[in-house]
Design a protein. Sequence first.
Length: 746
Amino acid sequence: MTEKDRAWREEYHFANCVIRSDTRELLRDGIAQKIERRSFDLILYLLQLEGRVASKDELLEHVWGNHFVSDSVIAQSIMKARKALGITGKEPGPIKTIHRVGYRFASEVSRPARATVPSIGCRRSSGLQRVLWLPTDGTLERADLSWVRYGLISVATHVLQGLGVSTVPASEAIQLHESSADRQGDETTAPQLKVLEVGLPVVHSRITTTPRHQYRLEWRMQLGGREYSNWNEGMAPAELALKAAREVALSLRTQQAAQPAAGQEEHFLDEAAQLIELAVSMDQAAQTFSLMAVCVEIPQCPLSIWAEFVWALALRDDAATGNFAHRFIERARRAGDSAHEGWAHLCNAHQQVYRRRLVEAVDLTQRGVAMVRQASPSVMQARALLLAAQVIATAGKAPEAAALWREASMLVAQRPTPVMVCRVHLMRCEIDQLDAGLPLAVEGRSDAQDASRWLGMTPLTARIHLLHALQSCARGDFDLCRRELDLALQASEGSADPRLRLLVRLHLGTFLARCGDEAGLRACVGAMDEPALRDAPLGQAVARWLRARQCHLAGDAAKALPLAEAAMEELADLGIWCAEDHWLFVAQLTLMTGNRRNARAMLLRLEDRYKHRPSPIRQATALAVQGMIEYAEGHAGKALGLFEQACRPARGTLMSNILLFGLSWLALVDGGNPPATQLAPAGQWVDETREGRHVRAMLHNKPYWAMSRRDHPMLLRPAGEPVPHQVSDVGVPGQTSYATHLPMPV
């Protein structure tokens, strides 16, 4: 059933007629009248505007769905609507024509109380509060969109009431808004009025035009001491309002008590299933977690709710995941539903990955995929294949993961939705990030960007922004990387998944440390004191890692090393992103403290790691660390050869630019004459990192014979200060010695 089909379940009484929106009936004198679909939609839409004039363009958008029709077609539908209402001759009846403007419903209309969609939780005491949706701020240049300011209220209230949320009628909302504006004497401050004195949840919205010639609708609402907000972009303002209204309805409905009354369990589950389906379609399933927890304890709970609940547990790394997955499997087996049984195994596999049980995870994944493939193709099957691809990729089987991704993407292409398009794109980025450039089709990137703009700030878009940030950093575009990281942080803050928020802060803090942004890194570390982050399984590891970056930035390698080593023990192989540059950072700290024995032990570990799960990027890491050790032991020529080998498998990744600086430095030390233009592919890595500035300065400041002699260690000068030809002395406070380690922005 579509959103339009389940719109309002209300009756409209006027004159001798009754309109029933749920059954789509027009009764005149108690007798059902024959009426065409468009004419019925036309009457219903005018009724919902509560006396406001609807322009022909507005009717074209809302009744005809933006399909082009001539004015004569609209006039013909008006005539048929009047005929169905019993109006004959020249008398227009309740549908008035406003010359050169449009039409309005002028008759007095009443709406008697009728069974509407009850809210989740049949034992609520006083019902859900009404919502006040204020007129939309912002001005649009197109004259034919002048209706948007007040017209979006009707669009939003239409959706809200269809989802069981009572609203303040559009006419009252406009009157309240305008009267408040008159009292303030400045209409520009109207959204900030004391309109909250009405004691209702108030929705503020603003519409603007984007550089891409689309529209952007932002909304916010205070509810229960918390602010709910989002934005979305698209081609039609009305569609944006529909999306915003669904999000508002979801926020309001999930605030209600979720306990079924005796004998109302079946009805409760039906309503819950609709609400959870709505949440999943907008990538906001976490809002319904408490509701799902109630539903799964009801014997007749449908498998679709079980599927979302077990997946939510796995995402949270909840200890109860295994128990509920087993119960889910038993229910699916009794129902003969192989797709849901396979999904349960995949949820289990996802949790095993984060507990470092990769063998068990792969076994569960293979079993789950086999079961899912027994069922007919569906959205569930596509989601299952993408989840399987993620687990398989994390286990080091990137080609197999790519095959699963392609299978899932073909299913999604048949019935694309914004969420599924984003999931396909996200998985492509993750496989590419993991396997250092596995060639996958990228023609869906623009579709994914449009879909993510439609979703706004959700956990799914947070992950996409994070991976786009890493890709931008790999290309040397630090400005775009920072913007993407900020968007990822903003989107993740509303997520109930602490792991997502921690991953964003981990990469944001590392980026800030590379840029030498001490204030930004300090704020990032301070945010880790939030209980939800501090108490998460990875919270302490991320906090230690960020403190290690702080110490390194301050020049205290001895203090940074134990923090970084402890953090890496927990961070290694946790999550889809292989942070290979983290290994280089720890190796650098080890050499800075003069402990080459520990560096050798790390190299053995990295080589064993590569043998156990080979991948190009892991090979590059092992070769680079071996080169770093050779340099520290005075073998610059040998180190140069190792770095040249490492750069090949790292091509196109974040590691590529990091290794480029080490390679340039080694060429200088080995007596080569690399040009300054050798650093051109690194982009902003040269200007935004202190190591990049230092290496560039040395390429410009030749001769470099003193460096090759290594009589004294070379020191890193402050940013922007030219490096003299002579070698600096050791012991200058706050400076870093490059005697035993390479100047690389790790």
